[in-house]
Structure formats: C-alpha cells, structure tokens
Design a protein around this ligand. Structure first.
Ligand SMILES: [Zn+2]
Ligand SMILES: [Zn+2]
Ligand SMILES: [Zn+2]
Length: 240
C-alpha cells in the first residue's frame, strides 16, 4: 500500500481532484480546470487493478482516478458522468481506499460523499456543481474522512548580509504568512524589527524568501504559518 499527496478540494465544483501543474488539473463542470482551495489530502492506494467496492472494516476500496477530470470516482457499478463529457475514463492504475470512519484527532476532514448522479467524490456543501445538472447528490449515508498529515519545516540561514528563509511541506499553492523579527545590535538601546509577509507556495508546497536587514551582526527569528492547516514551523540564524 502506498500514499499519495496532492488531492484537493475544487472551489468551483466541490469535487476532489489531483492538483498537478496548470494544464493537467482536469476538467471542471463549471468550466476550465479545477481550482485548488484548502487542505492538501493524502490518500491510501493499492497497486494493481482496482477491485470492487469493499464493505467491511472502516474503509472502502475501488476508487479510481479519472484520466479526463482527474477526480476520484467509484467505478464498481458505473463510470458515471465526467465533467469532460461521457463517462469517467479508464482507471489510471491505482486502487484508492477511503476511510469511512473518523477516529477523531487532528488533521482530518469528514463530510466527503459519493455523488449518485456522476459517481464523483465531492465535499457536501452548497457550492457543489454536478455535470448531471444542479449540485452533486450524496448517494448514501456513507461519510468519507480524508487526512491532511502534512507538517511543514523551515530553514533560516545567513547569507550575504541577509537571511534566506526556505519553507517546505506546506500546502501546495497555498497561502503562508511568515513573521520575521531581528534585533539591531548596533544601536543602544537595541532596536527591534518585525516584518509580516504573505507568500504563496509552489506546486510542491515550498517557498523561499529573503530578509535583508539594513545592518549586519544580527540574529533573525522566523515563524511561518500554513494558512490552511494552521500548522507552523520556525527557524533562526545568526549573522556572527
Ligand atoms: Zn472543479
Ligand atoms: Zn472524469
Ligand atoms: Zn455529481
């Protein structure tokens, strides 16, 4: 069994989709490509052909990625209706498993459903839009729970009389706010500086920034917050 990141909620149609580079995000019912918003989910999968729906235990197998809309669909009974037209396409080769049980704890989101009209996995909110018309419609009472276990880390380093800040494992294409502070040790009493900056991570969940204090001989402390998960990471560096 493996795990795969980069599964996201589409803010246009409320379906899940695999968030790849622009041009490969998959067709959205509302038009154009899906648009990522919120958490970056990690899904479990098995290799080999997808088996039919498994009703025992706390999870359900048989979910496939559609090669046209890059959403997830439950293909046991039907290929459903794809936002790109006709049914969802042949499986991409992985058999995804979804949790049907929320054991509690942090970094999980329930409220995901299978649509009885198009077979797609979607988040059940008023925003949802189905290719079959209207909003998606929850098929059963079955409620799926998705995990977003990503934990960020941050590196701060002194370089050329400034500080480089490098963040990794943040939500991809997501908002991050970093707060940097440093003391100016040339002055007495010493001056305290503070800077708050909003950045957006790249497709891999990384960002880099440059802090350029107006004098050397300082120490910088930086904490960067993932605005979707609320997780933060910090780092510091000395210039001496
Ligand atoms: Zn969409
Ligand atoms: Zn599809
Ligand atoms: Zn639907």
């Amino acid at each position: 069994m493996g795990q795969e990141r980069h599964w996201r909620y589409c803010q246009k149609c409320s379906s899940i989709f695999k968030n790849a580079r622009p041009g490969f995000k998959g067709a959205c019912t509302v038009g154009g490509e899906h648009s990522a918003h919120g958490f970056d989910f990690t899904l479990d999968y098995d290799l080999g052909p997808a088996v039919d729906i498994f009703l025992g235990g706390n999870y359900e197998k048989g979910w496939r990625e559609c090669g046209k809309c890059h959403g997830l669909y439950q293909g046991a009974a039907s290929r459903g209706i794809c936002p790109a037209g006709d049914g969802h396409q042949e499986p991409m080769g992985l058999n995804y498993q979804l949790w049907t049980f929320n054991a509690g704890g942090a970094d999980k989101q329930s409220g995901w459903k299978r649509c009885s009209k198009c077979e797609s996995l979607f988040f059940d909110d008023p925003n949802s839009r189905c290719k079959a018309g209207g909003g998606h419609q929850a098929a059963t009472g079955r409620d799926y729970t998705l995990n977003y276990p990503l934990q960020p880390h941050l590196t701060v380093a002194y370089l050329n009389q400034g500080f480089t800040v490098t963040g990794k494992e943040y939500t991809p294409e997501g908002p991050v706010q970093y707060r940097a502070s440093w003391d100016d040790r040339y002055h007495f009493p010493k001056e305290h500086h503070r800077e708050i900056v909003d950045v957006v991570t790249d497709i891999d969940g990384a960002f880099s920034a440059w802090i350029d204090p107006d004098r050397p001989w300082q120490m910088a402390f930086v904490e960067a917050f993932d605005q979707w998960t609320g997780h933060s990471a910090s780092g510091k560096a000395n210039s001496f």
